[in-house]
Design a protein around this ligand. Structure first.
Ligand code: UD1
Length: 419
């Protein structure tokens, strides 16, 4: 087992190039199931979730090759149509295989997906959308059995703009006869990126980034494609928040600043100085900031739920009090008891937490219970007096590649150790 050992007290300084977005790479990898040829993904950051998705693709018959950080997927030999229980339980994004398998193989069997335990994570919107396209689906003994032989395009309105369901339905519609229009879809940048990837493979999709996506079905995706996905806005946000907490001056390269507009406006109000040029953000923080006051997580372009824990860590040491409302996932507060162990003054009721900022936190041993909550604990550890140990870092590795190296490059004192 591994854990992070953090000694607090260092301000941050220096520059870092932000990795490619996990949440863009995962659907792109799943979409590669539909491509009868070679897909080359440049700068494919090797998060553990990406390895888990690659295992699924190989199991289905794709040939996977890594050349440093270039990932080559040859899907011409894909002949499988089912995913095992253990593969599905490893990552939530395994459900992304359902749409592409139905599109390519016309038949699929997948288990209910696992992933971080941040509350009930139903897949009813994925299923009802596929059914509306004509898929025949039976849910039995924890598995979803789907037949897509009679699928055809049509108009489908999502009951909620779910990111995963939008992506799954977009992918399923690519090789489905006729025109599909998806209404009330998610508008996250990763969806715009998936559209760009699929179109470069020969799909005909428009509208991603708006409320309605239109997909004209094509017969095959067989173009040889080289693609580079967008940078990770959650990693960018995590480092900005780390600098806000520790004080100092950092520059993040390879970012799309507009993807973090909501966070940036909060940071500016709290007295951070941000200088934004093209794909670069330079941020200066004096240390103890004004509290954010009131923050609500929301779908894009609102404050992402994936930054809620890291924002909470900052609020624990800010001046004043803050109310955080979590609107996306009802039990996404597993980091709260751990932040309290570090001295955080936090009270929660239902989906709302009240945080009274304190001058100091104190080092302790804490346990990460999900990916982003784990990142929040690392940030708190960077400022908690003395030493902090963060266990459960397997969660953090799912969406940050060697987080300790990134933070060390910026001057933090953090190491990974076996125990
Ligand atoms: C994606 C992101 C995740 C992020 C989340 C919200 C990936 C791989 N993961 O997850 O990091 O936290 O978006 O921005 O991209 N819901 C239903 N029924 C469904 C699907 C979703 O009720 O069929 C609900 C969920 O329970 C949740 C809300 O919709 O309350 C949003 O979920 P969704 O947008 O689907 O998140 P994911 O795609 O799982």
């Amino acid at each position: 087992m591994q854990r992070f050992y953090i000694k607090s007290g260092n301000s941050l300084k220096g520059a870092l190039t932000v990795d490619t977005a996990k949440n863009a790479l995962l659907p792109i990898l799943a979409a590669s199931i539909m491509v009868e040829g070679e897909v080359t993904i440049l700068k494919a950051t090797r998060y553990s979730d990406i390895d888990a998705m690659c295992d699924i693709l190989s199991y289905l018959g794709a040939v996977i090759k890594w050349q440093e950080d270039t990932l080559i997927i040859d899907g011409s030999g894909i002949n499988g149509s089912d995913i095992t229980l253990s593969q599905s339980s490893k990552l939530r994004a395994s459900i992304f295989a359902l749409g592409p398998l139905l599109a390519r193989q016309k038949i699929a069997k997948v288990a209910y997906p696992g992933g971080c335990d941040i509350g009930v994570r139903p897949i009813d919107i994925h299923i009802s959308g596929l059914k509306a396209m004509g898929a025949h689906i039976i849910e039995k003994n924890g598995f979803i059995y789907a037949n897509g032989k009679n699928m055809k395009g049509g108009d489908i309105a999502l009951s909620f703009p779910s990111v995963g369901a939008t992506e799954n339905l977009m992918m399923a519609a690519v090789l489905t006869k006729g025109k599909t229009r998806l209404f009330n879809v998610a508008k996250e940048p990763e969806i715009v990126d998936l559209q760009a990837f699929l179109n470069s493979c020969g799909a005909k999709i428009s509208g991603a980034g708006s409320d309605c996506i239109t997909i004209e079905g094509v017969k095959r995706l067989n173009k040889k494609v080289t693609y580079q996905a967008i940078s990770d806005r959650i990693i960018t946000g995590t480092h900005l928040l780390a600098c806000a907490m520790c004080g100092g001056k950092i520059t993040l390269n390879n970012v799309n600043p507009s993807h973090n507009d909501a966070l940036i406006s909060y940071l500016r109000k709290s007295a951070c100085q941000l200088d934004i040029k093209n794909d670069k953000i330079t941020m200066k923080s004096q240390g103890r900031l004004k509290s954010f006051g009131e923050v609500e997580t929301a779908t894009y372009p609102g404050v992402p739920t994936d930054l809620q824990a890291q924002i909470m860590a900052l609020q624990c040491i800010s001046e004043g009090s803050c109310m955080i409302v979590e609107n996306l996932f009802e039990s996404r507060f597993k980091h709260v008891p751990e932040l309290i162990k570090l001295g955080g003054d936090i009270r929660c009721k239902n989906n709302i937490c009240f945080i009274s900022g304190k001058e100091k936190l104190y080092g302790a041993t804490v346990l990460a219970k999900d990916l982003r909550g784990g990142a929040g604990l690392v940030l708190a550890g960077l400022v908690a007096d003395g030493y902090t140990t963060v266990e459960g870092i397997g969660y953090i590795d799912r969406g940050y590649y060697k987080l300790e190296n990134q933070l060390r490059l910026l001057g933090a004192d953090i190491t990974r150790e076996e125990f």
